[in-house]
Design a protein around this ligand. Structure first.
Ligand SMILES: [Zn+2]
Length: 336
């Protein structure tokens, strides 16, 4: 089931209460989405499917048109997540690393709703973040405030992640004070995730990471105090981290762990292996050339390699069996 913004807050709160983090996979194709939902179902775990600008404009979704990409991505995920097979899997759709001149137009549409099918049904994102790496603090505040205003004007809830200084070492605690307090005082009740720099870096590297669980803990406590409710830390750049780092991060208050680089590498290497090991079949005289050439051929092979890795990652974040806890919290309703 695809969670709405209010249900997503409850799921994130549940993660903090029960000391697990929800895996957020940057899924760049419909088959990647299906694999992630299957992995979550196998683990009885929640999952966040997130998309960045490069997926929205990519060939599988928008073909150059990011707004079309958003509608198509949301339509794919809504139909999939709300289908019978995944009825018990809490699925959050999150916008990740949206930047550039189209940021506010795209995210306003994701909050307010994109028309689907009959034009009456609106597709909405569960949770929202934007890429602040090229914004000043003031611009970051203004962008987040504009999204809060857009939600208010549309008469809907927005559940937001605010970021600062990801990839730039450890963010000073005063930054949380400046950014979160500015948004919270003008637009109370919209922020639920905070993504400061905690020593991680995007991408894959074999260099040591100065990851700081202490920074996670301090930022989580400070952000929660500023907002007056539990705020989870969103961890960017998790691909290069060791398992023990992830354990420590979750114990310190990480509620959402983004996973992109390693996920992409696993999928692309599996595809490479498929084509390398099936090259003899890809000639028109071979009896099984067609089953080899079909998208389902490579995607089924990729899925067999990828699913165990997603499940392993969910396990590292202590997410196994946590769907039932989220379902129970959804039945109880929002708490303060
Ligand atoms: Zn990121």
């Amino acid at each position: 089931m695809l969670l709405d913004p209010i249900q997503s807050r409850m799921a994130l709160r549940c993660a903090l209460d029960h000391k697990f983090a929800i895996l957020a996979v940057n899924a760049d194709s419909p088959s990647a989405m299906t694999d992630c939902l299957d992995a979550a179902r196998e683990c009885d775990a929640p999952i966040i499917i997130e998309t960045s600008l490069w997926q929205l404009t990519g060939r599988s979704f928008g073909g150059g048109d990011a707004l079309m990409g958003m509608a198509r991505y949301l339509a794919e995920l809504t139909v999939l997540a709300n289908g019978e097979r995944y009825r018990d899997v809490p699925v959050i759709f999150h916008t990740d690393h949206i930047k550039g001149p189209d940021t506010l137009r795209l995210l306003t549409a994701a909050i307010g709703g994109l028309p689907f099918g009959d034009g009456q049904t609106q597709l909405r994102a569960s949770t929202i973040s934007l890429d602040s790496s090229e914004l000043s603090e003031q611009e970051n505040i203004e962008h987040i405030a504009a999204l809060c205003t857009a939600a208010k004007e549309a008469g809907v809830a927005a559940t937001l992640e605010m970021e600062a200084g990801v990839d730039a070492g450890v963010t000073e605690i005063q930054v949380a004070e400046r950014l979160l307090a500015a948004v919270e005082s003008a637009h109370p009740g919209n922020l639920y995730l905070w993504a400061p720099g905690v020593g991680t870096q995007h991408g894959l590297s074999d260099k040591g990471y100065p990851f700081s669980p202490d920074a996670v803990s301090k930022h989580q406590q400070r952000a929660s105090a500023i907002c007056g409710r539990p705020i989870g830390i969103a961890l960017h750049g998790s691909s290069g981290l060791q398992e023990c780092n992830l354990h420590d991060g979750v114990a310190a208050g990480v509620a959402k762990v983004n996973w992109s680089s390693e996920s992409l590498l696993i999928r692309s290497q599996a595809a490479q292996e498929f084509y390398a090991s099936h090259s003899a079949e890809l000639v028109k005289t071979h009896p099984s050339w067609k089953t080899t050439a079909m998208d389902n051929g490579v995607q089924t092979f990729v899925s067999q390699r990828y699913l165990p890795k997603v499940m392993e990652r969910i396990g590292v974040l202590s997410g196994m069996g946590m769907s039932s806890k989220i379902r129970a919290s959804l039945l109880r309703g929002p708490q303060s």
